[in-house]
Design a protein around this ligand. Structure first.
Ligand SMILES: Cc1ncc(COP(=O)(O)O)c(C=O)c1O
Length: 361
C-alpha cells in the first residue's frame, strides 16, 4: 500500500494503460512549459510578471478581493492527491495552481493572485464564477427541497424541460436529464440502436464523446481509449479543413460516410454522432457542407443523427445558439453537458418526439 510522501508511480511498474496516461501527462506538461512555441510569455517574463512583476500585460482593475485563505497549500494538497487519488488525475504545470476562489471571469490562487480564466473548467463555466443570479437560484432551491424523485411532481423539472425545448429547432421537444456528458451520449446511442434495430454507429476520427462502454467506442483519439471491447463503431474520415485531404470541401469528406456504410456495415446503421466543433480534439470545425451531406447518407441508411453539443452548444460558437446550426442541419437527438447549468451537473439529451417512444415500454 502507498506510504505517505511517496508517489504510487515510484513504487511499482505502471500498467501499460497507466504508462500511456503518464506519458500523456508528460506531453501535456512539456506542451504547457513556459517558453514553448504556443506560449507568448517566456519563463523569465512569467517570473517577472506584475501581478508578478514588470513586463507582462497588466490586468484591468476588478472590484473584488477574495477573503484571506488559510486552508491547505499546494504542497500539502499535492501530497494528499498523490496518496489518495489515482495518478490518472493529472494536473497542469510543474508548480500546480491551488485555486481557492473565483469571481466572474477571474480565478484566485492561495496567495490571492488573480488569473483571467480562459479555460472555464474545460468549457464548463458559462456565466462566470459564482454569478450572483446562479448562486441565488441554488440557495433558494436548497432551502426549499433538495431532492425528491421524478415519481412525485415538482414544477422545476418540467419548467426547465420546456425552456430547453423552446431553444431547439424543429420537433426536438422531449428531454431526458442525465448526470454527465458520457451518460447523455450513452443514452443517445442506446436509443438510436433500439429505435432503428441496427447496431452500427458511425463517428468521426478525432472526436470525443465520453469514457464509458459505447462512448469510448465512439471516441476516436487513442489517448482516451482503453483496451476494452468497443463494438459496432466505425470511425469516418475527419472533415478537418486545416489538415484534411480535401481542405474545406465538406461534401468530399462525406463520401467516406457512404463508403463506411457500403463496405463496413449491412447497409443499415443505427446512427451517426459528431460534434459540430471538435473540442477535446483541438477546436476543429467541420468543413462547411459536411453535416448536411453526412446526415443525408446516414438517414438513407436508416440511421439517426446525433449532435454532441457538450462543447459547442449554448452560444459558445458566437454565431448560433447550437453548434449544429452553423452547418444548417437539424439532428434527431442532441446531447448536452458542461455549460447546460453553468457547471452544476444538469445534463440532458433532447430528442424528436417520434424517437422517444422506443424507451417508454
Ligand atoms: C464533446 C464531448 N462529449 C462528451 C463529453 C463527456 O462529458 P462528461 O465529461 O461530462 O462525461 C465531453 C467531455 O469533455 C466532450 O467534450
Amino acid at each position: 500500500s502507498p506510504q505517505a510522501g511517496t508517489g504510487r508511480e515510484a513504487e511499482r511498474e505502471p500498467e501499460p494503460d497507466m504508462q500511456r496516461l503518464a506519458s500523456s501527462r508528460r506531453l501535456l506538461r512539456a506542451a504547457l512549459a513556459p517558453g514553448r512555441a504556443h506560449s507568448s510569455l517566456s519563463a523569465a517574463a512569467v517570473a517577472a510578471a506584475p501581478e508578478n512583476g514588470a513586463g507582462a500585460p497588466k490586468m484591468p482593475p476588478f472590484a473584488y478581493t477574495p477573503p484571506p485563505y488559510d486552508g491547505p497549500r499546494v504542497a500539502e494538497i499535492a501530497q494528499k492527491r498523490a496518496q489518495f487519488l489515482s495518478p490518472s488525475l493529472f494536473h497542469f504545470y510543474d508548480r500546480p495552481l491551488n485555486i481557492v476562489d473565483g469571481k466572474m471571469q477571474y480565478l484566485f490562487d492561495e496567495d490571492g493572485r488573480r488569473y483571467l480564466d480562459a479555460f472555464g473548467g474545460i468549457a464548463t463555466v458559462c456565466c462566470g464564477h459564482c454569478h450572483p443570479d446562479v448562486i441565488e437560484a441554488i440557495v433558494n432551491q436548497a432551502k426549499k427541497i433538495q431532492h425528491s424523485t421524478v415519481l412525485y411532481l415538482n414544477h422545476a423539472i418540467a419548467d426547465f424541460a420546456e425552456a430547453l425545448a423552446s431553444k431547439m429547432p424543429g420537433d426536438l421537444k422531449v428531454v431526458f436529464f442525465t448526470n454527465s456528458g458520457t451518460e447523455a451520449n450513452e443514452l443517445a446511442l442506446m436509443i438510436a440502436r433500439l429505435y432503428t434495430g441496427s447496431h452500427d454507429i458511425i463517428s468521426l476520427r478525432n472526436g470525443y464523446h465520453g469514457n464509458a462502454a459505447a462512448t469510448m467506442g465512439a471516441t476516436a483519439q487513442s489517448n482516451w481509449k482503453f483496451n476494452v471491447v468497443q463494438t459496432g463503431v466505425h470511425h469516418a474520415l475527419n472533415p478537418d479543413p486545416y489538415r484534411g485531404a480535401f481542405g474545406s470541401d465538406g461534401e468530399k469528406y462525406a463520401r467516406d460516410i457512404q463508403e463506411t456504410i457500403d463496405y463496413g456495415t449491412t447497409g443499415r446503421v443505427a446512427g451517426f454522432i459528431s460534434e459540430a466543433i471538435q473540442g477535446v480534439g483541438g477546436i476543429v470545425e467541420l468543413a462547411p457542407g459536411y453535416l448536411p451531406a453526412a446526415y443525408d447518407m446516414v438517414r438513407k441508411a436508416g440511421g439517426l443523427c446525433i449532435a454532441d453539443e457538450v462543447q459547442a452548444g449554448v452560444a459558445r460558437t458566437g454565431s448560433h445558439f447550437w453548434g449544429f446550426e452553423g452547418q444548417g442541419v437539424i439532428p434527431d437527438i442532441v446531447t448536452m453537458a458542461k455549460v447546460s447549468s453553468d457547471s452544476f451537473s444538469t445534463v440532458f439529451i433532447i430528442l424528436k418526439e417520434f424517437v422517444h417512444s422506443i424507451i417508454c415500454h
